[in-house]
Design a binder for this molecule. Structure first.
Ligand code: F6P
Length: 542
């Protein structure tokens, strides 16, 4: 299948030719119901996508594209555990982790729901024991501080959850997340008697994680001088139980997950153990329930009212027809500051690929550069470029309608900023308006001439706004599942495998090679630049 030859793609190209200058403001003026027409409500989320450069015809064509790409069949393949990650011969069954129905989920002729339930029950028992103080450290004290050692999907998702759900934290527990290569400075201020290390690694091969875990283990053994201390202060979450046991962690302290869950899709499993210790299992189950409701919406709602499908199609419209290369995620709540980082891995590691399922290089662009940070901070940093720069950067504004951690007035101020940004990006400011504004401000004729060109804003910048009641486990679950499905839909349309990540492997291999070669003569093995850099590191001097 060649995507660009599909009838809907061709029709979209034509539509782009005639429509790309259309102004959203004019489209609003033409249709009083635009907001109602181009918005979707699910049990947990509300999406306003009316501030996009689309009309009904564009949307219909995009929906046709989804049909021509056999999206419906592929959604069923996803939920039914087919090995859609064909380069690794794996299913992508993260949806099974939050399956709240009594329906079995079959994988390789076996219902996997009992296994999932069993691990969740073990996690619940363990987390209750830690939370109620019955789990004791080696010297008999209860656990007070958790250190999550993991990287990528074994860090970003759980960390986001922990930060976002801070008002649900156990009052006597805290947690730090260590993902970089050196845990040493963190150990210096740690009380060994009350700390618990949670080593999270799907593969249990990741160098950074293992180096940190080894260092933590050595530190703990130095303090206690007793190997038995490991059992009380170390647990692991992994799809490779044997490697975790070989590392020295008690088998009963290893919480399992499975090959059919991708690292960046794993926060719904025991991978979130550190966070579960903080927020309790009940809240975690609420998170799963929110995600499950989004799964049901995605699986059973017609595409024209299907939130992940619509978000995905809008992304295709901008990326493949307007030439947008990036996409900004802007949450208006500091608790969600980890959201852009998590979605960055989710989207870029999934869809940053150029080889199709049919082993043909794409002749169209695929996954965009995802970036973002909490509003209003970014308004005072890079929003200038979104307003007046030369790149088209579609935005998702994300905000809770209520925030019990602040005053109503303060929250309304924050959201006024959020809504103002999407309005400003759409409206811009014409030359006429700019001149009138400067005149009203008492500027001289000369100043008006000088300033007008610089203060004009072309506007017509697209954005989506996603709202929910509060940053609750349920809304967060729905929000994260929404983006997982959006990324999935885009991967299907682009014809790529969203569930492997071969690109990161080469860097890992070379890092090992460089580490090995650093202190031995290996002429010619690396290029001149890399050899030069290695020489500097070897000598420790510039
Ligand atoms: O190198 C990329 C990656 O494999 C991610 O996909 C993954 O989330 C991360 O590394 C950590 O992997 P692991 O959980 O196996 O340590």
């Amino acid at each position: 299948m060649n995507l660009t030859q599909l009838p809907s793609w061709q029709a979209l190209s034509e539509k782009f030719g005639t429509f790309h200058h259309a102004r959203m403001q004019d489209l609003f003026a033409l249709d009083q119901d635009r907001f109602k027409k181009f918005s979707i409500q699910t049990s947990d989320l509300f999406l306003d996508y009316s501030k996009n450069r689309i009309d009904q015809e564009t949307l219909n064509l995009l929906l046709r594209l989804a049909d021509e790409c056999k999206l419906e069949t592929m959604i069923e393949a996803l939920f039914n555990g087919e090995k859609i990650n064909f380069t690794e011969q794996r299913a992508a069954l993260h949806t099974a982790l939050r399956n709240a129905s009594n329906t079995p989920v079959m994988f390789e002729n076996r219902d996997i729901m009992p296994t999932i339930k069993n691990v969740l029950d073990r996690v619940e028992t363990f987390s209750n024991t830690v939370r109620n103080g019955k789990w004791r450290g080696h010297s008999g004290k209860p656990i007070r501080h958790i250190i999550n050692i993991g990287i990528g999907g074994s860090d970003l998702g759980p960390k986001l959850l922990a930060e976002a759900l801070c008002q649900h934290h156990h009052p006597d527990l805290s947690c730090s997340f260590v993902s970089g290569v050196d845990i040493k400075p963190r150990l210096e201020n740690l009380d060994p008697e009350t700390c618990l290390f949670v080593v999270v690694s799907k593969s249990f091969h990741t160098k950074e994680t293992l180096a940190n875990a080894e260092r933590a283990k050595t530190w703990l053994l130095d303090v206690f001088g007793d190997k038995k201390a490991i059992a009380q202060h170390f647990v692991a979450v992994s799809a490779n139980t044997e490697a975790a046991v070989a590392f020295g962690i008690e088998r009963e302290n290893v919480f399992e997950f499975w090959d059919w869950v991708g690292g960046r899709y794993s926060l719904w499993s025991a991978v979130s153990l550190s966070t579960i210790l903080l927020i309790g299992m009940e809240n975690f189950r609420e998170l799963l329930a929110g995600a499950w409701r989004m799964d049901e919406h995605f699986r059973h709602t017609a595409f024209d009212k299907n939130m992940p499908v619509i978000l995905a199609l809008l992304g295709i419209w901008y990326g493949n027809f307007f030439g947008a290369q990036s996409h900004a995620i802007i949450p208006y709540d500091d608790r969600l500051s980890g959201l852009p980082r998590h979605l960055q891995q989710l989207d870029m590691e999934s869809n940053g690929k150029t080889m199709t399922r049919y082993a043909e290089a794409v002749n169209y662009t695929t996954g965009p550069v995802i970036f973002g940070s909490p509003g209003t901070d970014c308004q005072h940093a890079y929003f200038q470029s979104i307003h007046q720069g030369s790149h088209l950067i579609p935005i998702d504004f994300i905000a809770p309608l209520n925030n019990p951690l602040t005053t109503k007035d303060q929250h309304e101020t924050l959201l006024a900023n959020c809504f103002a940004q999407s309005e400003a990006m759409m409206r811009g400011r014409t030359e006429e308006e700019t001149r009138a504004m400067l005149k009203a401000a008492g500027q001289t004729a000369g100043e008006i001439e000088l300033l007008t060109p610089h203060k004009i804003m072309v506007g017509n910048k697209p954005s989506n706004t996603l709202l929910f009641d509060e940053v609750s486990p349920q809304s967060l679950g729905a929000l994260l599942a929404l983006y997982e499905h959006k990324v999935f839909v885009q991967g299907i349309i682009w014809g790529i495998n969203s569930f492997d990540q071969w690109g990161v492997e080469l860097g890992k291999e070379l890092a090992e090679q460089i580490k090995r070669d650093l202190h031995r003569e290996a002429p010619g093995r690396h290029d001149g630049s890399t050899e030069g850099l290695m020489a500097k590191l070897r000598s420790g001097r510039l």
